[in-house]
Design a protein around this ligand. Structure first.
Ligand SMILES: Cc1cc2nc3c(=O)[nH]c(=O)nc-3n(C[C@H](O)[C@H](O)[C@H](O)COP(=O)(O)O)c2cc1C
Length: 195
């Protein structure tokens, strides 16, 4: 299978980037230029946020980053070991309190989600593939990466050049061959819940 070529079975037309983005588990260690990586974080920087707080922060390592990369890989749960093949691994964090007054920012995780999706869509636009993961060591990630306590970990993201599945483990290929799916087409109610 050539990546990325899976598209969503949408009920009505949506923006092509949204339809094209999907989360493969077969990933490549082929280099992604630093300029492209910079563009991913620039996309995150322009995400919308509550009071324009921009609470998102990222720690990342590429396959060229040696020991630092190994440390980030070690955070992954076994079920996400496939992500170690990806050239780029990102860990995302969000600041739990407002910079201006230290009060809790209830939208912090929400806004990090917007930033992470911005990264995923920017990557899709540049022909890369992305896969977010909640399966990593949330308890110890701040200590391991030297991140201050006021930052809450969000998701990790594996990003790679598109690749074919040649030589990949059969169970990963099977996962990637399954069509994208969504539980329900009814998620929005006009005027009142349930109608
Ligand atoms: C916050 C978050 C956490 C996720 N955690 C994992 C994970 O730990 N392992 C995994 O294989 N996929 C994980 N995923 C990927 C989802 O399973 C995937 O996005 C979903 O099945 C929809 O598929 P699609 O992204 O191809 O549309 C996660 C996605 C998000 C947004």
């Amino acid at each position: 299978m050539q990546y990325p070529e899976k598209s969503a079975e949408v009920t009505v037309p949506i923006a092509s980037l949204l339809a094209k983005r999907w989360s493969p588990v077969v990933m490549s260690d082929a280099k992604i230029d630093q300029k492209m990586i910079d563009r991913l974080f620039e996309a995150a920087r322009w995400a919308p946020s509550n009071y324009n707080e921009q609470p998102w922060r990222f720690v990342y390592a590429t396959k060229d980053d040696g020991k630092e990369r190994e440390v980030i890989e070690s955070l992954l749960v076994d079920g996400n070991a496939w992500a170690k093949s990806a050239y780029l691994l990102i860990v995302s964090f969000t600041k739990k309190t407002f910079a201006k007054n230290d009060k809790p920012n209830r939208m912090a995780l929400h806004d990090l989600g917007a930033a992470n999706l911005s990264i995923a869509l920017q990557a899709t636009d540049m022909g890369l593939v992305t896969h977010q993961m909640g399966g990593f060591d949330h308890e110890n990630v701040n200590t391991i990466l030297g991140v201050p306590d006021d930052f809450l970990p969000g998701s990790m993201m594996a990003i790679s050049q598109p690749t074919d599945s040649k030589g990949a483990p059969a169970e990963l290929i099977q996962r990637d061959e399954k069509p994208r799916s969504r539980a329900s087409t009814v998620i929005a109610f006009r005027g009142k819940w349930g109608q």
